[in-house]
Design a protein around this ligand. Structure first.
Ligand code: 13P
Length: 248
């Protein structure tokens, strides 16, 4: 049985004052799922100070594909390690769309995270046009394959996958539980299909769903056999909603 994991993606939201209230709120009540928050880089120190010793993990929303050097504006995985990050999102559709991240870049970022002992949350997902053209499996399959090609079996045993249909992000349109389950099952089966050594990895792989998850649809989504929790945008900014999803 895979334990449910619910990760908040704050995106580019927050302030020291607002975060203090939010973090105090989510620390106040234990949730049934494991919880974590992925926050803007400047707030990692605040999360480390507020969440150390709690059951809530924290992490970043991106990491450099490089380890060090003349890469102005980039943040390297060992730096995230300095701030106690457990997780880092890689390949979020907003990074792929607005920053031109390719499947190969995303796979390299996942590798850099793992080398620093940080769990990459590898995001995959199709656009509405791709879904309507019947390309969902081809698109998420291609995004996943780049990661499977770049990582060892041992490393694949340490990643988290997140299926986020681009058309469901911030739109209030959620994939139905059946639509999401179908893609999650496909992703798990793609990992298993790589060979018998991957069977165990595939069976244990946490696959989160993201895209307009709210307190009122989380339980239905999380009841599906291949949905192991959620990656939550908007609803992670309110302690009450985030906790309700963590208890769904
Ligand atoms: P929303 O929950 O706001 O749709 O965002 C989903 C997301 O992109 C999480 O990474």
């Amino acid at each position: 049985m895979r334990q449910k994991l619910v990760i908040g993606n704050w995106k580019m939201h927050g302030s020291l004052a607002a975060n203090a209230t939010l973090l105090a709120g989510i620390k106040a009540t234990p949730a049934r799922a494991r919880l974590a928050v992925c926050v803007p880089f400047p707030y990692l120190a605040q999360c480390q100070a507020e969440l150390t010793g709690s059951s809530i993990g924290w992490g970043a929303q991106d990491v450099s594909a490089e380890t060090r050097g003349a890469f102005t504006g980039e943040v390297a995985a060992p730096m995230l390690g300095d701030f106690g990050c457990t997780y880092v999102l890689v390949g979020h559709s907003e990074r792929r769309t607005y920053h031109g991240e390719t499947d190969t870049t995303v796979a390299t970022k996942a590798l850099r995270a793992l080398e620093s002992g940080i769990v990459p949350v590898v995001c995959v997902g199709e656009t509405l046009a791709q879904r309507e053209a019947g390309e969902t499996e081809a698109v998420v399959g291609r995004q996943l394959t780049a990661v499977l090609d770049a990582l060892s079996i041992e490393q694949l045993g340490r990643i988290v996958l997140a299926y986020e249909p681009v058309w469901a992000i911030g739109t209030g349109k959620t994939a139905t539980s059946a639509q999401a389950q179908a893609v999650h099952a496909f992703l798990r089966q793609q990992v298993a299909a790589r060979g018998s050594e991957l069977a165990e990895v595939a069976a244990r792989l946490p696959i989160l769903y993201g895209g307009s998850v709210k307190p009122d649809n989380a339980a239905e989504l999380f009841s599906m056999s291949d949905i192991d929790g959620g990656l939550i945008g908007g609803a992670s900014l309110k302690a009450e909603d985030f906790l309700a999803i963590g208890n769904a």
